[in-house]
Design a protein around this ligand. Structure first.
Ligand SMILES: O=C(O)C(=O)C[C@]1(C(=O)O)C=C[C@@H](O)C=C1
Length: 352
């Protein structure tokens, strides 16, 4: 049987303490072999050292806002060995204890736990009121604040306005959520901007330790300014949510002959309608580029209609003033009868 040495003091420093560390697994000469009971104690000692090391490298993370998104992120942070304490306006103590986090109904009590990181998982619309009344004075002066809002210039400005200047600031946006990141985060973009990290090695290491969770989950790490994020996100995430909501209003429904493209539209409607209208409104109100994108969408829609009507107009002219006559009579008829009301479903033509 392979027994361990009995170490009078740790043989390796905790960071090197790996399951198969050769220091612990070499077979000692007979004269040094020890009894099974000693071996058990050493095993305990080894696990204790490991857990001490894990504890010393764990971050104490306070999650503010423990709704759907906060719980979703917290599960993974806990899985990476971090110590989670949480607070929300509603009582989520059961949800917290079910994943191994502690819940505090009073933000003062939460702050007195002296977290290393405060992670804001609040909604875009409630963030300012949370920060305005937050008891910063109870935190350690080097605390790192992180947000995960879907807009970035806005929380950056709020952090710079409300946080004491000794605090570190990391603005992030996981470009996924409880639906899209339900099975894996691998390959999904994680955007971050180190807005203000104090000039010491330990502060940088703490920030890296937080980011490492996402890195180790396989996220595509994208370091990008908050301004650039908002520029890209208005043209991607906001447009996606807008189209989803437009199609929902239009009333897309599954048919017996769905094409693949149509299936993606149905998925889009399902995904965007499962997010709150509050999120959609936040994407619009607090991304400085969103209004422009909405106007561009409107113009694009008009332009596509114009293109179609332009062709139809040509048909009509040909019919009126001679030339060959082609098929789309019903659509044309409807447009003319209704004085411009569009029926794009042309029942007279069967072409693909
Ligand atoms: O996966 C989900 O549940 C999402 O809705 C994720 C989603 C989105 O796809 O727009 C919503 C909010 C997050 O900021 C990032 C992405």
């Amino acid at each position: 049987m392979l027994l361990h040495f009995s170490p009078a003091k740790p043989l390796v420093s905790p960071p090197n303490l790996r399951r198969n560390s050769p220091v612990f697994l070499i077979s000692p000469p007979r004269s040094l072999r020890i009894r099974a009971i000693d071996a058990a104690q050493i095993f305990d000692y080894e696990t204790q050292l490991k857990s001490e090391y894990r504890k010393s490298s764990a971050l104490k993370i306070a999650v503010l806002g423990f709704g759907n998104f906060g719980q979703f992120l917290s599960k993974t942070l806990i899985r990476h060995g971090h110590d989670l304490i949480t607070h929300s306006r509603s009582d989520y103590s059961d949800a917290a204890s079910s994943i191994g986090a502690r819940f505090f109904d009073n933000p003062h009590d939460l702050c007195e736990q002296h977290p290393d990181v405060v992670l804001l998982c609040t909604s875009i619309l409630s963030t300012e009121s949370v920060l305005r009344s937050f008891p910063f004075q109870r935190l350690r002066r080097s605390t790192l604040f992180v947000d995960v809002l879907s807009v970035k210039e806005f929380p950056k400005a709020l952090f710079l306005k409300y946080l004491p200047k000794e605090f570190d600031i990391l603005c992030t946006h996981p470009m996924f959520g409880p639906e899209s990141g339900k099975h894996s985060w691998s390959g999904l973009p994680f955007v971050y901007d180190k807005v203000r990290i104090g000039d010491t090695a330990s502060r940088h290491e703490r920030c890296e330790k937080f980011l490492r969770v996402f890195e180790n989950e396989g996220c595509k790490m994208v370091e990008m300014s908050c301004e650039k994020h908002d520029y890209y996100a208005a043209g991607s995430q906001f447009v996606t949510h807008t189209m989803g909501r437009v199609l929902e209003k239009y009333g897309v429904e599954s048919s017996p002959i769905n094409t693949k493209g149509y299936e993606t539209l149905l998925d889009l409607v399902e995904n965007t309608s499962s997010d709150s209208f509050e999120l959609f409104y936040g994407l619009f109100m607090y991304n400085p580029n969103a209004l422009e994108e909405l106007e561009r969408l409107d113009m694009a829609f008009e332009s596509v209609k114009k293109e179609l009507f332009g062709r139809l107009h040509q048909q009509y002219r040909k019919q009126m003033f001679g030339g060959e006559v082609q098929s789309p009579k019903k659509t044309e008829q409807k447009l003319l009868n209704d004085g411009g009301v569009v029926s794009m479903k042309d029942t007279s033509s069967s072409s693909s």
